[in-house]
Design a protein around this ligand. Structure first.
Ligand SMILES: [Zn+2]
Length: 326
């Protein structure tokens, strides 16, 4: 158990440094993060939690070493609906537990005062069905709740400190996800994905409407994530103004299109795939991320980190800006 409660620190106005991307960092280190994928992401890096556990723990430890106060467990798509895509639905708990254990062990070894956020991504069924509808509609409210609650309870049992419902795109899914995660009894953070350059949400909904929908719900901080830095910067003041609680930001700074991923226009920064192992970070060297982190802190962000393609070098550069002299 960590020395001071994260939610109390946020309420006291403190800014906390989050880690960078884990899947993209595993990919950079040679891990096959597209196991079982012949198209799209399938379960992303879920299998690495068992097959490359040592690398996963090393990535977590590297983020702790450069000063991250919060690391996100590599759960992302260790969910039943994502593991089903690679034929491992009946073993999803093994992978989910392994991911939590990797993060908790790395925290114990690297910095016992750091926090482990158990990160659960939305199923994103719209990509597979072609229907621009919330997951909660496409899979049904009961199945959606069960998927999140079971996962959150497993992560809580494994020793994570907070649950992070992340990579959520629709307001309806955000509401259902935080409600379901809260069942595990831990604080809940929400990470909203893929903002557009004007700061609107992926499917045209507004962050103001999101904040209104979250009022009174069990959510301890709202974060913008996996959006390009400019889009995240556009959305952050809107969210900070509308949301009644701490806000944060962990943008992607590119996307690694290794493998059979189609180019997605709303993943800005993404260039057409020109071959394997491209990390599109040229526009965002660590020094640029440090500048942006200063702007985000000015805008009120209290949790600042990175998503896809942001590595330990970026988090290290943001550290003095986010944490001051600590
Ligand atoms: Zn991302």
């Amino acid at each position: 158990m960590t020395a001071r409660n994260m939610v109390d620190r946020l309420k006291a106005g403190e800014a906390l440094l989050m880690d960078g991307g884990t899947g993209s960092e595993l990919q950079r280190r040679g891990v096959d993060v597209l196991k079982g994928a012949t198209s799209m992401l399938k379960a992303w890096s879920a299998t690495s939690n068992i097959e490359n556990a040592d690398v996963v723990r090393q990535v977590h430890q590297d983020y702790l070493r450069v000063g991250a106060d919060i690391i996100i467990s590599n759960n992302f798509w260790t969910t039943p609906s994502a593991m089903e895509r690679i034929g491992l639905r009946d073993r999803w708990k093994d992978y989910a537990k392994a991911a939590a254990d990797n993060a908790v062990e790395a925290r114990a070894a690297g910095n016992p005062d750091a926090y482990v956020a158990g990160g659960i991504a939305a199923p994103t069924l719209h990509v597979r069905t072609g229907e621009d509808a919330p997951d909660v509609e496409l899979m049904g409210a009961d199945a959606f709740r069960e998927e999140y609650t079971e996962h959150a309870e497993l992560l809580a049992e494994a020793g994570t400190d907070v649950i992070l419902a992340e990579y959520v795109g629709f307001i309806a899914d955000c509401v259902a996800a935080v409600d379901a995660c809260a069942e595990a009894g831990l604080p809940v953070l929400l990470g909203v994905r893929h903002l557009h350059p004007d700061g609107t949400m992926q499917f045209g909904e507004s962050l103001e409407d999101l904040a209104a929908a979250l009022r009174g719900r069990p959510v301890d901080a709202a974060l913008i994530m996996c959006s390009n830095p400019e889009a995240a910067s556009a959305g952050l003041p809107i969210l900070a103004n509308a949301f009644d609680g701490p806000v944060g930001i962990y943008p992607n700074i590119g996307y690694n299109p290794t493998g059979p991923l189609a180019n997605k226009p709303n993943l800005t920064n993404q260039l057409p795939s020109a071959g394997p192992d491209i990390l599109q970070t040229e526009s965002y060297p660590p020094s640029r991320l440090a500048e942006l982190a200063g702007e985000w802190k000015e805008m009120g962000a209290q949790i600042i980190g990175g998503c896809c393609a942001a590595g330990p070098e970026h988090i290290m550069a943001m550290r003095p800006v986010v944490k001051g002299d600590r």
